[in-house]
Design a protein around this ligand. Sequence first.
Ligand SMILES: [Zn+2]
Length: 116
Amino acid sequence: MKKIPQIGCACEKPTPNYTEYRSSELGIDQTNGRHAEVTIQQCKLCQRIWIRYFVEFEHITKSGRWYKGIVTKKDRGQITPENAVEFLESLEWYVYGGSFFESTGTFGQGKLNVDG
Ligand SMILES: [Zn+2]
């Protein structure tokens, strides 16, 4: 398992006011009909790169949830929308939140809850 230092940057504990990042679309993961949005975010404060996985089920209220984990520049090219979940699950820790968890972001690890 890869060691990822926690440095106390705002990107690790994002509040609704945290906007200090650049975002670019990686694509949509259609696994199990999820239509999950996978984006790359680079924090402007610490320059680290995050993979963010967001899924929401339109017919279920408070189903929105996202997970994001740090990726090295070297690994970034290997990540696709389809393997993003597996990548996040392999990390020592990630940050997750959303209406489903009633959270703006907290640390987690292990299995992602992305199928409703
Ligand atoms: Zn940061």
